[in-house]
Design a protein around this ligand. Sequence first.
Ligand code: SF4
Length: 51
Amino acid sequence: MLDDNSAPNGKRISLNPSNCVHCKTCDIEDPYQIITWVPPEGGGGPNYDGM
Ligand code: SF4
């Protein structure tokens, strides 16, 4: 959470999508169920070799 005076509560969430490994844990474990996770790359998601 970062300080942001323009946000209603003075904070905003900051994500770094480049570190995402598309595990979907954030969606599954979201206690408020407000995350709607969709696979990147046109819907197919990443194609990891060797996993
Ligand atoms: S899918 Fe969610 S929990 Fe998994 S790496 Fe990406 S942002 Fe993190």
